[in-house]
Design a protein around this ligand. Structure first.
Ligand code: NAP
Length: 502
């Protein structure tokens, strides 16, 4: 007999079969929330051998989160163990693993299950993984993240380099760097953390910078013992501290989306931080020619100190090609290297890809997203019934911890799921409502500093428009407080499916 599920006409408890794609921060959160509701018939399909998403993949020296640690947590699970304002990557991984364990999510995760496709069969979904297995579901939720396809630069000769070479998100810890000549390509948030961690370890570090970054100065201060005790013993204190950090982050984030006063204060701090670089020639190399915050702002209190160390050389001549001995810049100079690292970021626009998704009427995701990744409020896709996204394309960012954003989205998806389960329906967002929302979000994004600041960044889609909804977390909470069911087409589940399942 099939397990009780949504279509089972006589089931005393109506419990949807749910497949979640990805066991990162969003997938774990979904697991916690489904269990809270007593919906235990769910599986999290994870392509890798362990959970944690970005904090599993990124293990480069210096990896940390530049969002305050006490904010980079689920709101319902404060972590009294944080010892400093910013947390290191491995500690963040431990925190999320701990939450998954304590909330009983681990047994729901199937590892080594890369989803290659999903097909809607008129009533539910057949999800296929790379090992050929099929997972049937009434509801599918993609929690597969935005920044996990590493970009390797298309530089002539890149494969010919004779020494070890790897992307920062595929760090090879077996390569010993002490006393080596290291080349690092890229100057984003990842590279700046790695440079600060490696400058003292290596004999020489060549930082190949194509575009300088603005750096907002932050200090990683220890959390005093009395605060740790208060945080552990008083839920009210922990909640208040979380809310204060959230308000501060939102106020600063408004600088990206138009608050001139916030922007001026923030910009001045970046200018002052740059002024701490003593050598005028180096300072000139590090001075951006676009507005602060146009690219994702680097938050660091150590990068400018690191690049002034004698072991570090900031190379700004463009890269011409790579050869076995090292990198040759356009001035013809060969920079001899032992190890080459690519801190060249991720393809943020490969969302859900290369999965093959086939929705109602045989319509594919590639067809729906031919022009742009069309979603309804980042959480649902036209033609894909009972299929949801967390942290999908055009998801808000810039003014909150991503954890806060996905909590709001997960709550909203759960409200839709309650409706689906109660009324035994298929929900699919209307194309018109999706287009209207997308155009509004894109219009607001165009007018943000991401659109007007005069830079290139992973925020921009192929039309040059920022693919980020500039709504703040408070605005998102208001927008997603209640589902607007009029924006969805709602159909009863086919009767023959009920019979089949019962
Ligand atoms: P990124 O911000 O996309 O930066 C990639 C860097 O590689 C840029 O400096 C880029 O130069 C350079 N680059 C790319 N292709 C190149 C080429 N062919 N030749 C020379 N240079 C090239 O990537 P990321 O630093 O990995 O960061 C990605 C995102 O991850 C961040 O924006 C952030 O959202 C997240 N992140 C967060 C944290 C945190 O603490 N919360 C830490 C790390 C990462 P151009 O600027 O000229 O394109």
């Amino acid at each position: 007999m099939s397990e009780p599920h949504l279509n089972t006409a006589n089931a005393r408890r109506t419990e949807p079969r749910v497949v979640i794609i990805g066991a990162g921060i969003s997938g774990i959160l979904l697991g916690v929330k489904l269990r809270e509701r007593g919906w235990l018939n769910f599986t999290i399909l994870e392509k890798a051998g362990t959970l944690g998403g970005t904090w599993r993949d990124n293990r480069y020296p210096g990896v940390a989160c530049d969002v305050p640690a006490h904010l980079y947590v689920y709101s319902f699970a404060p972590n009294p163990a944080w010892r400093s304002r910013y947390a290191k990557g491995p500690d963040i991984w431990k925190y999320y693993h701990g939450v998954a364990r304590r909330h009983g999510v681990l047994p729901h995760i199937q590892y080594g299950k890369e989803v290659v496709g999903a097909e809607f069969d008129g009533a539910g979904w057949r999800v296929e993984t790379s090992d050929g297995s099929i997972h049937e579901a009434d509801i599918v939720i993609a929690a597969s993240g935005r920044l996990h396809h590493p970009v390797m630069p298309d530089i002539p000769g890149v494969d010919s380099f004779a020494g070890p070479k790897f992307h920062t998100s595929r760090w090879d810890a077996s390569v010993k760097l002490a006393g080596k000549r290291l080349g690092l390509i890229g100057t984003g948030s990842t590279a700046t953390q790695a440079v600060a961690a490696l400058a003292d370890q290596v004999a020489q570090l060549k930082l190949f910078q194509r575009t300088p970054q603005w750096v907002f100065p932050v200090q990683d201060t220890p959390v005093p013992w009395w605060k740790r005790v208060a945080y552990r013993l008083s839920p009210a204190y922990a909640r208040k501290y979380y809310q204060t950090l959230q308000a501060q982050t939102e106020a600063r984030g408004r600088a990206a989306t138009g608050d001139r006063d916030a922007r001026a204060a923030r910009d001045q701090q970046c200018v002052d931080a740059l002024a701490t670089v003593r050598d005028p020639a180096l300072r000139a190399k590090l001075t951006p020619n676009y507005e602060v915050g146009c690219k994702r702002l680097v938050m660091s209190g150590t990068f400018y100190q690191a690049v002034q160390k004698p072991s570090v050389d900031v190379v700004t001549d463009g890269i011409d090609h790579i050869e076995p001995k090292g990198v040759v810049t356009k001035d013809g100079r060969l920079h001899e290297l032992d190890v080459l690292v690519f801190a060249t970021g991720f393809d943020a626009h490969a969302y859900l890809r290369p999965m093959r998704l086939v929705g109602e009427g045989g319509v594919t995701l590639d067809e729906v997203w031919r022009d742009l990744p069309l979603t309804y409020r980042s959480i649902a896709i036209p033609n894909m019934p009972n299929f949801f996204l967390i942290n999908g394309p055009y998801s808000p960012g810039g003014s909150a911890s991503v954890v806060g954003i996905v909590e709001v989205q997960v709550d909203y998806v759960l409200k839709l799921m309650e409706h689906i389960v109660r009324d035994k329906v298929l929900l699919v967002p209307r194309e018109g409502a999706s287009l209207a929302w997308l155009e509004d979000a894109r219009e607001r994004a165009r007018n943000s500093v991401w659109g007007t600041g005069g830079c290139q960044s992973w925020y921009l889609d192929k039309t040059g428009t920022p693919s980020i909804d500039p709504s703040t977390l408070s605005e998102l909470k208001a927008q997603l407080a209640q589902p607007r069911l009029e924006d969805f087409v709602e159909r009863p589940l086919p009767v023959d499916v009920e019979t089949k399942a019962a």
